[in-house]
Ligand binder design. Structure first.
Ligand code: C2E
Ligand code: MG
Ligand code: MG
Ligand code: MG
Length: 278
């Protein structure tokens, strides 16, 4: 068909665009195949209580060990997964791996609470069977619903507000936790907080890093609304101390630990807590 439109059509379709399209299509083919192998795996980053230093949970972050391109981060393949619809089977795989792992960590540490946080994309939330699917995976893993925190972004709320709100309500009614991820980077955040009841706010690392009062304001707002808070992207002791002093309960970031493979996370669980000086 392209041939019939004449030579001129090819001029605008330059080499770099062609490469981009080819690599996208290639990545999609590869991802489809990867979902039948164990190339998809998870890294776990501790979520820490800022007062005690104890690890109270982990965020599961998807990774792909591509046969020729090596380890790919989510930014490299999530857009392809979203555009192709592969985000649904990928998201299911992530949930299965995370729930199975969390069940083992819970069993290993009797008496300790542990919450596994899993990111959900907009597409997953817009999928009507998603709540049933999550229940099936969690049941299958033998994980208590309260041990799963689902992280959604504000953009999900803008996309299809009604459906997303309903799904979020159903998930919370079933006992799952819901966190608002990257809080503050979307738009009309405060309006969303009134319409969507969530359990936790994850303060975006851009606010954690800046020392301009915004982080403090956001933390005070969360406190007034009775929301649990996690400060993301803590890279220094100074940042950890500041958010703790503003009333933030939990933190996550390279200063505590980078996202790591399950075996390394297991070691973090048995290591002494990193307590912040007063
Ligand atoms: P996110 O959910 O906000 O996850 C936190 C990201 O910040 C992770 O990047 C993590 O490695 C990074 N991070 C943690 N601590 C620090 C720090 O101290 N400094 C800096 N500079 N970065 C830090 P990652 O793993 O590359 O993931 C990027 C994004 O991809 C995630 O952002 C999330 O939106 C998405 N994502 C990751 N895994 C999944 C998944 O399984 N499903 C879906 N739908 N999205 C995912
Ligand atoms: Mg997240
Ligand atoms: Mg985040
Ligand atoms: Mg973030």
């Amino acid at each position: 068909a392209a041939k019939n439109r004449g030579k001129g059509r090819f001029v605008v379709f330059d080499q770099s665009m062609q490469d981009r399209v080819r690599s996208r299509v290639g990545l999609e083919v590869d991802l489809r195949r990867a979902l039948e192998t164990d190339e998809i795996h998870l890294a776990y980053q501790p979520i820490v209580c800022l007062n005690s230093g104890a690890i109270v949970g982990a965020e599961a972050l998807v990774r792909w060990t591509h046969p020729s391109q090596g380890m790919l981060s989510p930014a490299a393949f999530l857009p392809v997964a979203e555009a192709s619809g592969l985000i649904l089977p990928l998201g299911r795989r992530v949930l299965e791996l995370a729930c199975a792992q969390a069940t083992r960590w819970l069993a290993d540490r009797p008496g300790n609470d542990f919450v596994i946080s899993v990111n959900l994309s907009v597409h997953q939330l817009q999928h009507r069977g998603m709540v049933e699917e999550i229940c099936a995976v969690v049941d299958g893993a033998g994980l208590p619903p309260a041990a799963l925190m689902l992280e959604i972004t504000e953009s999900a709320m803008v996309h299809d507000g009604e459906l997303v709100a309903t799904q979020v309500e159903r998930l919370r009614a079933l006992g799952f936790g819901v966190a608002l991820d990257d809080f503050g980077t979307g738009y009309s955040s405060i309006t969303h907080l009134q319409r969507f009841r969530v359990d936790q706010l994850k303060i975006d690392r851009s606010f954690v890093a800046a020392d301009d009062g915004v982080c403090e304001a956001v933390l005070r707002l969360a406190e007034l609304l009775g929301l649990e808070t996690v400060a993301e992207g803590i890279e220094t002791a100074e940042q950890a101390r500041r958010v703790r002093d503003f009333g933030c309960k939990y933190g996550q970031g390279y200063w505590f630990a980078k996202p790591v493979a399950p075996e390394a996370f297991q070691e973090l669980l048995s290591a002494p807590a990193r307590v912040l000086a007063a």
